[in-house]
Each structure stands twice: as C-alpha cells, then as structure tokens.
Design a protein around this ligand. Structure first.
Ligand code: GLU
Length: 471
C-alpha cells in the first residue's frame, strides 16, 4: 500500500506555504493510490522549537482539507507520531549502526571542531569532520577498534558529552532514483560524517527521518528540492540497516517573482495568511497544484478530486515555479463567482461574522451583486460598508445630498430603476458623473452598482443618512 508523509518541524508560526504544497502532493499521491497520508512531527531541534506551532500546523492542514490518516493528534498503527516521543528507537538504531561500523561515537569538543573548521577554511578545503574519533593512534581506520570502543564506553559512563556520527565510506558512488529528476549519483567524498545522534539524546533530521520512514512503512518520500543533498546520506543509512529504499521525489522550490526562494520578506509565507485574507482553501490548493504541473487540457480551474485523478508525480517539472499572488487572486475571484448564492452567503458569514447583523433578506439580496465583484472574502466588508454605518463619509457635498434627499423623497416605488432615473436627471442637470454619487455614499469612486445597493438599503435608511449629512 502506498504510504506518504509530511514531517513538518514545529519551528515557525504555522505551516509554510511551500510545505503546504508538499503536503498537497503527498496527499494526492496517497489518495490516488488508495493509500495513506501521514503527518509526523519532527520536533527534534529543541533550540528552534516553538510552543503552539504543532497545533497551528495541524489545524492549517485540516483547514485546507488535506485530511491525514495518521498523525500526532489522531494516532494510528505506528504511534507515536511525534519524534520527541520516540527517542529510545533512535538510540537503539544509532547503536546498531555503531555495531555495524556505519557510525561511531565522537567526543570532540566544540573548541576542537571550531579549530578544525578554521584550519580547513584557511587551507581552502570544504569544512568537514576529520574522523578524529574513528582513527586509531597509529592512523589506521577501523570499524572494530576495541580500544576506542572501550574508551567510548568509559567516556559515556563518565558522563562525557558525545554525539554519534555517520561513518561515510571513502570514494563510493551513491545513487538513487528520483521520480521527478531521474537518477542522481554523488561521490561519498562530498559527504561529511554527519551527526546522527546529538549530545542531548535527540536524533538529527537524518537519523530520525530514515528510522521513522522505515518504521512507518513509508513507500514514497516526497519533499522539497532543498533536501536532495541529504538523500545520499539517507541512502547510506538505508544500506547500512539493510532496508529497502523508498521511492524519492524532490519537488521544485517555489520562488518569488524575482526568482529568489519564497521568503517572508517578499511574499506571505504562512498558509493561514491566505485564509485570513479571504482566499478559499480550494483556490489555494488549485493554485498550488498548478505549480510544476499542468492539466492535460491546460485547464486552470479544477477540483481536488480532478487533480488527484489526473496527477502523476513523474509529470512534475523540476524547475522552480513562481508564486504569483495576482494569479491566485484572479483564481479566487473565479471560485467565488462560481458559488451559488447560498454557498457564498455561508462563506461570507463564516469569514465576517458581522454579516449576521444584516437581515436575512438584505444578505440574500446582496449576493448576486457581490458575486462577480469579490476577489477575496475580505471584499465583503469593504463593499458593504454603507450597510454598517450610521453616517456618510466625511466631506459630504451638502448641496448634492440635499438635492438627492428631495428627489428620493419623491420616489413612491423604491427600486433601482427609479433610483437610477433620479440619479440620471441630476447627472444631466449638473453635468456630473456617477462617481460623485459613489463618492458621497461610500467615499470611493466606484463599488457595487449604487441604485441596486440603495434599493436594498431601503428608502428610510437612505433618506436618514442624507438628512444627517446635511445638518
Ligand atoms: N522537516 C523537514 C521539512 O519540514 C522534512 C523534510 C522531509 O520531508 O524529509 O521540510
């Protein structure tokens, strides 16, 4: 059975929009294959841990409708789904690697490591651990160095801080197949003896991810491009354990319009920001789906179900797609326009609870006017400002207000056609444009069609606002 996962780290405010993209692809691959989509929390970096981040990540993933089958809050057959609750497992596996000669204890102090680094930089070498703790005094490398082992044991017993490092073999070609990018080969000489288990007993990403992906029977590892350089290290670990490799796919990194990596400074990066701005979750998913993939018929608007149906991981293009807020906004407008009045009303009430202050009749009447004119749900409050005010905007043209008051008072059948007829006669007589009325009523130059809006607002309320404006 296909099993995919995302292992977000609770180190930020929420799930990053790039990780939501990764989540979408993982979700789609699992659903397409009638498999399972899993969330595992990678909370092993205690220095960057943020209280509340996990809850926020999980609630965002749910808000976007990417329902997971197993996770820290719902459990599952491979619980726990939080790495901080799985520490004995990593320790056990680190020891297994040491037994096999694929890893070793390292007692080097920070001072020694800093010195080594400085020295290597000076010699224009890539900074890298020198296997000091693996090398015998006579300079030979060994995997069964009993003396070192005894030393290590003694060190551990004496409470000396240590880490466990990956013993990268020299000059070996490591290959793996990426579903999106094809075969990737790298020479082991380019890899560092990465720390696997830290001195605080927590695993690093590399050990944690491999142990858990294997333990949780993950079949397809789909993650962002930035992790490609980690994969060869993982391959070494899989080989050392004698485990079968999962399929790997590295998704392209989403970029800002200037092609830099999507960052907080240029674009909003937290997934919930888009919901707070009034984008619909399905718009965001539809938009993300099109990053790096296109619909076979070049369609732009499609449902999650359609995407799951048509999507093939191997069709993802590896080049960095650009995140374009303008296109997302256009797409959201299409989505809002395609809603029924009842659906739109429900969405608006959920987004702007103050909408319930309006009568059911008023809200219902506003829907057809709003529908084609909203880019995001936030537009509701801006567009219907007149319904929530007791006073027209400052700087009213009192003379114009007085004339309107007089003309409107005379309307017996209050409807948009009659209202428009009166506005038209004033426009002709004063040689002014419709925008002066918008200005008077809303402070803006345009907005929802004014005669229709005033019809819904009602004669009494309209006259009352005009009266107040001329005193
Ligand atoms: N913690 C990493 C992230 O949030 C996980 C990378 C992976 O999927 O292996 O991107």
């Amino acid at each position: 059975m296909v099993r995919t996962r995302i292992p977000p780290s609770p180190t930020g405010q929420d799930i990053h929009i790039g990780n939501l993209y990764t989540a979408l692809i993982n979700f789609a691959v699992a659903k397409k294959n009638h498999g399972k989509f899993i969330i595992r929390i990678e909370d092993t970096d205690r220095t960057r841990f943020q209280e509340g981040a996990e809850e926020k990540i999980l609630s965002s993933v749910k808000a976007f409708g990417l329902h997971y089958d197993e996770g820290p809050d719902i459990g599952g057959p491979f619980a726990p789904y939080r790495q901080s609750e799985r520490l004995p497992l990593y320790k056990k596996h680190a020891e297994e690697l040491i037994e096999k000669g694929a890893a070793y204890y390292c007692f080097c102090t920070k001072e020694r490591l800093d010195e080594l680094r400085q020295q290597q930089i000076k010699e224009k070498k890539t900074p890298r651990y020198d296997k000091h703790c693996l090398i015998l005094e006579n300079g030979e490398r060994t995997r069964l160095d009993s003396r070192r082992r005894v030393d290590a044991r003694r060190g551990i017993e004496n409470g000396e801080p240590y880490v466990v490092r990956l013993n990268v073999p020299a000059n070996k070609t490591i290959t793996f197949t990426d579903v999106i990018r094809g075969e990737i080969a790298i020479n082991s000489n380019d890899l560092d003896d990465q720390v696997l288990l830290k001195s605080d007993g927590f695993p690093t990403y590399h050990l944690g991810v491999v142990v858990d992906d294997h333990a949780m029977e993950i079949t397809t590892v789909i993650r962002a491009e930035e992790w490609i350089s980690s994969t060869p290290k993982h391959v070494l670990l899989y080989q050392a354990f004698g485990w079968e490799l999962p399929a790997f796919a590295h998704l392209p990194i989403i970029r800002n319009p200037d092609k830099s990596k999507l960052s907080k400074r240029k674009n909003p990066v937290w997934a919930s920001w888009y919901l707070e701005q009034g984008f619909l979750p399905e718009t965001v998913l539809n938009y993300l789906a099109l990053l790096g993939w296109s619909h076979p018929k070049e369609e732009e608007i499609f449902s999650l179900e359609t995407f799951i149906d048509l999507f093939e991981l191997s069709d993802v293009k590896p080049v960095g797609p650009v995140f374009d807020l303008v296109k997302l906004t256009w797409m959201n407008q299409q989505y809002l326009q395609n809603k029924t009045d009842a659906q739109l009303k429900k969405l608006i009430i959920e987004f702007s609870p103050r909408a319930t202050k309006l009568s059911e009749e008023t809200l219902t009447a506003l829907m057809p006017l709003l529908k084609s004119r909203m880019q995001t749900l936030q537009d509701f409050e801006a567009q219907t400002w007149l319904f929530f005010t007791n006073k027209l905007p400052d700087g009213t043209d009192k003379e114009l207000a007085a004339e309107l008051l007089e003309k409107f008072t005379g309307i017996t059948d209050w409807n948009h056609a009659m209202i428009f007829a009166e506005l038209k006669s004033i426009m002709l007589a004063r040689k002014v444009k419709m925008s002066v009325f918008y200005q008077l009523f809303t402070g803006e130059k345009h907005g929802l069609p004014l005669p229709e809006v005033l019809e819904i607002l009602g004669k009494d309320k309209t006259l009352e606002l005009l009266k107040l404006a001329i005193v």
